[in-house]
Ligand binder design. Structure first.
Ligand code: HEM
Length: 504
């Protein structure tokens, strides 16, 4: 062979191996092994189902489930995601140790895209410990109490005896946002005073812009995670982040009064662990988003359902009136402690709103080759480096076998005829967990108890102090922007007008 022929051969073989290597990397040659779940790579190499997963994840997963059953693997932008729908097998996943199925990899990815910092194991641990300590027990009681006061102040300050009309989404989200912000992040000192003017300032004006900018930031959240941002939006997101980083800067946070122990203690711990001020501020924005982005929407949906279902409104109002009477507070629930009262109908209605509108993705990264044992006895191999996805909204909440007429709001769905908490079954077997609005296992939402308290306190106060009605009772409730549910809670496609007037 001549020299030029040898060089050409070498070049050709290098080129072929480069191309094959590239094709291998984009997943063209990956084949399903015998014990692996059904594999669906879609039509586009590497991207696979990436486009529909980003834009319309719910219909995509519904379609894949119909085609492949309760477990399947999809290719999404070079990543292999095993989707598990069988709720009886969720427990197996939640119990697996972090060294086998890790939630931190995905969470860190989201946090770094949306909040610009990379959490370490130490930060995770501080967050976990702080939330376990300060979002339960006595600290939760104190938070509830503070929220009750703030909500009352905000609601009653603008209340009149004549009917007032508002958009229900805007009103409920904004009110709960302001009250929870005051309870968690405290107040700016100069705005804390007993004078009437300052009370108005404290509860309204400064929070209008904060709320609007928060909603805007939250609107961009899915785009931030998916990295699909044009340059104009990028600038706007940066403006919003700068605004929040200024508001939540260490210097300003240090000056705030009545900041919750949950936030104050975690910030101190992070400072002690050597985290710089910029990052501590970025953490505060994460806490602001996590604590506010879902409670307002669920509160809206619950109130909307109650307004649309007069029999539910009547039953729950009667239950609340009865409880207040029993505690001698029918004229003014001042020190209502949720712990001290029983409201099974309201509890059921809150769960029903969560079932219908919350049930986000739960992600895990497969850290080592794993044998997944399904509840029905089947076993599947998952490869190290792949991902595992649970979607309780489809796998559990919307399953007609578990919840007949799953799309319908039934306020007492979670109560048995004897008034006890109902049990739910799938394939004839009792479910250990029947709704998962807050994720599950070690990554489960640490704020879930406070979230439920917020929703209940808001509803109790609205139903106690106000007559409330839809402006047009015939109007259908808005449908959901469904893809939001994969992040946590569904938003409505539009607002709906309601009216309210002081009842007490
Ligand atoms: C209805 C209201 C809420 C819903 C539906 C909700 C849902 C969730 C979900 C699904 C997760 C992720 C769980 C996982 O990855 O497995 C989460 C995380 C979290 N939630 Fe909530 N949540 C709510 C309210 C709250 C509140 C009120 C707080 C705080 C007071 C809070 C604080 C957090 C925090 C700190 C995280 C962890 C964020 C991280 O480090 O990545 N949440 N929540």
């Amino acid at each position: 062979m001549k020299l030029w022929e040898m060089v050409l051969c070498a070049l050709l073989s290098t080129l072929i191996s480069l191309i094959l290597g590239g094709l291998y990397r984009i997943g063209l040659f990956r084949q399903k092994r015998p014990k692996e779940p059904p594999l669906d790579k879609g039509l586009i190499p590497w991207l696979g189902h990436g486009l529909s997963f980003g834009k319309q994840p719910v219909p995509l997963l519904q379609q894949m489930r119909k085609k492949h059953g309760d477990i399947f693997t999809i290719l999404v932008g070079g990543q292999y995601i095993h989707v598990l729908m069988d709720p009886h097998t969720y427990g197996f996943i939640f119990k697996k140790s972090k060294s086998k199925l890790d939630f931190g990899v995905f969470a860190s990815n989201v946090v770094s895209k949306a909040f610009n910092f990379q959490p370490t194991t130490t930060h995770h641990k501080i967050g976990e410990d702080g939330s376990r300590k300060y979002l339960r027990g006595k600290s939760l009681l104190a938070l509830n109490q503070s929220l009750m006061q703030n909500l009352k102040e905000i609601l009653l300050e603008s209340a009149e005896e004549k009917w007032r009309q508002e958009g229900l989404w805007h009103f409920s989200y904004k009110t709960i946002f302001q009250a929870a912000f005051l309870s968690l992040f405290g107040t700016v000192p100069e705005l804390t005073s007993n004078s009437k003017e300052n009370t108005k300032e404290r509860s309204c004006k400064p929070y209008e812009k904060l709320f609007e900018d928060f909603q805007q930031f939250d609107e961009y959240f899915p785009q931030m995670i998916l990295n699909s941002i044009d340059s104009k939006t990028k600038k706007e997101i940066q403006r919003l982040k700068n605004y929040f980083w200024d508001l939540l800067s260490v210097e300003k946070i240090d000056k705030r009064e009545d900041i919750s122990i949950w936030l104050a203690d975690q910030d101190q711990q992070l400072a002690d662990a050597g985290m710089n001020e910029k990052m501590r501020t970025q953490v505060q924005l994460l806490f602001l988003w996590a604590s506010q982005a879902n409670t307002g929407p669920v509160t809206f949906w619950l109130l909307a359902y109650l307004l649309k279902h007069p029999e539910a409104m009547k039953a729950i109002r009667a239950e609340i009136d009865q409880v207040l009477k029993e505690t001698g507070q029918e004229q003014n629930p001042t020190n209502l402690s949720l712990q001290a009262i029983k409201t099974p109908l309201l509890d059921s209605a809150v769960e029903e709103a969560l079932r219908l509108k919350a049930g986000s993705f739960v992600f895990r990264s497969v850290m080592e080759d794993l044998n997944l044992q399904m509840d029905d006895g089947k076993e599947y191999d998952l490869r190290k480096g792949d991902h595992l996805l649970l979607f309780p909204f489809l796998g559990l909440h919307m399953d007609p076998e578990i919840y007949p007429e799953p799309e319908t709001f039934k306020y007492d769905r979670f109560l048995s005829p004897e008034g006890k908490r109902k049990e739910f079954f799938k394939n004839g077997k009792k479910l250990r967990t029947c709704i998962l609005p807050f994720g599950g296992g070690p990554s489960m939402c640490p704020g879930r108890f406070f979230a439920v308290s917020e929703i209940k306190i808001f509803t109790i106060l609205m139903l106690t102090f106000f007559d409330i009605e839809l402006v047009n009772p015939e109007e259908e409730l808005p449908s959901s922007i469904e893809h939001r549910i994969v992040i946590a809670t569904a938003h409505p496609t539009r607002d709906i007008d309601f009216k309210f007037r002081r009842r007490l």
